[in-house]
Design a protein around this ligand. Structure first.
Ligand code: S3P
Length: 166
């Protein structure tokens, strides 16, 4: 059975795709992102799926996408920021090398606060980020085999820290 060399988890905007691509380059492997898999399979954007069917349906699609990617990809795999909310998805990660890319609330607001394309942050980004981090931090920590802090670091530095943590 194939398995990813490393799975990246962490909040939206933390740099999972940028860091993931750098990591894949350094490991000489491929990069895959379950958000992209879902969009390709559904022929709709993530925002459209949220609006059409709600978060619960999206999480079910996401769990299936994570299961498929864990079983069929050997390189770097990045998960959507909320994938860890689903207990079944968290269970799928057992036995994998999972790096949690973390950032503080202020860094999150600075990086994504004005990006209204992110459906979860449309109003009052600072408050929503605080609540999001409080609700999710322990879940990221639960699935992670390593934690890499990203505040004040370039994507290259984060990728190197992630490599060092493997
Ligand atoms: C989400 C994060 C997004 C995407 C969806 C929901 C979340 O992924 O899956 O918008 O709940 O945090 P990214 O972390 O890749 O932006």
């Amino acid at each position: 059975m194939t398995a990813p060399q490393v799975v990246l988890v962490g909040p939206m905007g933390v740099g999972k795709s940028t860091v993931g691509r750098l990591l894949a380059e350094r490991l000489g492997s491929g990069y895959r992102d379950t958000d992209d898999d879902i969009v390709a399979a559904e022929g709709r954007t993530i925002s459209e799926i949220f609006v059409d069917e709600g978060e619960e349906s999206f999480r079910a699609l996401e769990k299936a996408a994570v299961a498929a990617a864990l079983a069929g990809h050997e390189g770097v795999l990045a998960l959507g920021g909320g994938a860890i909310l689903d207990p079944g998805t968290r269970a799928l990660l057992a036995g994998h090398r999972v790096v949690y890319l973390s950032m503080g609330v202020e860094e999150a607001v600075r990086r994504t606060g004005l990006n209204v394309a992110r459906p979860l942050l449309a109003v009052n980004p600072r408050k929503q980020w605080r609540e999001l981090m409080e609700a999710r931090r322990h879940l990221y920590e639960e699935v992670a085999t390593a934690v890499v802090e990203t505040d004040g670091r370039t994507p290259e530095e984060v990728a190197q820290a992630a490599l060092d943590a493997l």
